[in-house]
Design a protein around this ligand. Structure first.
Ligand code: SP5
Ligand code: ZN
Length: 352
């Protein structure tokens, strides 16, 4: 399968993240991509295609289908405004939140306060290279989706930064633009919507895909479904519960599988099978997979206990849907294993 990746990700290297009120080394590091590229090469997979030059205006207008203009403008200018108004040049991070949005946003907001209008945590610092890296990462997902539109059975977007925590007008959890949602929307827009009238977005990252859920929450043409650590105990805490089923036209088109911390292969694959049954019942023409491998027992931040043998199974079971599929990289932080876990899923899918 064709793979797209954004070399510009290298310009995005935030210095720290805050967790438990402490500054910690960030888990989402650039060498994750090297681990994946290396494993792909070892496995003899097709050479990944770098996403270098692309039409910025075209990507921006595609992104406007899933993110608000105010948010996209913010991301473009956040760093400059922050520094201009006296923020630490190391990077942009919220230190104040509106508490409630009942008064709307002031028209002219101090650059130090702006992050609080959009960031939902202190884990997605914006450095000078962040906006361009996020844009190239989103473009990788878009190109992978366009491969499917052109008739390919599968494609892989090796996205960094990841995207599933970014919503219509919020960001956090290492995510700035929702790459997987852009892939979904790209499929939906193809041939005026006729090519893929319904698309499923399956999120297997260990964290709930709160951004993806937000973007499609009121839509019946996109079924969002996520398997993740029970948010009562783990990040992102405020979303990912079973009771969140979608609203308005989208009611019934969002499904969450919160699973206990410590979940292992057998229980995970049982839940995945139920999820895949739900997808089959929905009857989509294509599937996008938010592929996080932070479910691995050896992951430094995930709290599931999947063995390395499970990932081929995950790929095979997804292939069982028999759908054209775009894989979009999300989390996975064990630097030694992230590459092989990802290639195991992709190869498991291809050689069903
Ligand atoms: C895309 C994705 O997987 N985002 C995950 C965001 C999770 N944020 C919480 C990270 C906690 C990191 N600090 C824990 C250090 C353990 N030594
Ligand atoms: Zn994750």
């Amino acid at each position: 399968m064709k793979t797209f990746y954004p070399p510009q990700h290298i310009e995005h290297q935030p210095p720290v993240e805050f967790w438990n009120g402490r500054a910690e080394p960030i888990s989402e590091v650039a060498v994750r991509v090297d681990s994946i590229l290396h494993a792909m090469q070892l496995a003899g997979m097709e050479n990944p295609l770098p996403v270098t030059q692309f039409d910025l205006a075209e990507t921006r207008s595609a992104l406007e289908q899933i993110h608000s203009r105010a948010y996209l403008d913010y991301l473009d200018s956040a760093y400059d405004h922050w520094v201009a108004d006296g923020g630490d040049p190391q990077g942009v991070m919220p230190f104040i939140s509106p508490g409630s949005r009942k008064h709307g946003l002031p028209e002219r907001l101090n650059g130090l306060a702006r992050p609080g209008a959009f960031a939902f945590d202190m884990g997605a610092v914006i450095v000078p290279g962040t906006a361009a890296a996020a844009l190239a990462s989103a473009q990788a997902a878009r190109l992978a989706a366009l491969e499917i539109c052109a008739g390919a059975a599968s494609a892989y977007a090796l996205c960094r930064p990841p995207g599933h925590h970014a919503g219509t007008d919020f960001y956090g959890g290492y995510c700035y633009l929702n790459n997987a949602a852009l892939a979904v929307e790209t499929l939906r827009q193809a041939k005026g919507g006729a090519l893929f009238p319904r698309v499923a977005l399956l999120d297997v990252d260990v964290h709930h895909g709160n951004g993806s859920q937000d973007i499609f929450y009121q839509r019946a043409d996109v079924f969002t479904i996520s398997l993740h650590m029970d948010p009562a105990f783990e990040y992102p805490f405020f979303a990912g519960y079973q009771s969140e089923r979608g609203s308005l036209a989208g009611e019934g088109y969002n499904s969450n599988y919160p699973l206990p911390l410590g979940t292992g292969d057998a229980d995970y694959l049982t839940a995945l099978t139920l999820a895949l049954d739900e997808i089959a019942y929905f009857g989509p023409a294509a599937c996008v997979v938010s592929l996080g491998v932070d479910t691995y027992a050896g992951d430094p931040i995930g709290k599931f206990k999947l063995s390395s043998a499970c990932y081929t199974q995950i790929g095979k079971r997804i292939a069982g849907l028999g759908l054209p599929t775009v894989f979009v990289q999300e989390g996975g932080y064990n630097l030694e294993y992230v590459g092989t876990l990802v290639t195991d899923v992709l190869i498991g899918f291809e050689v069903l």
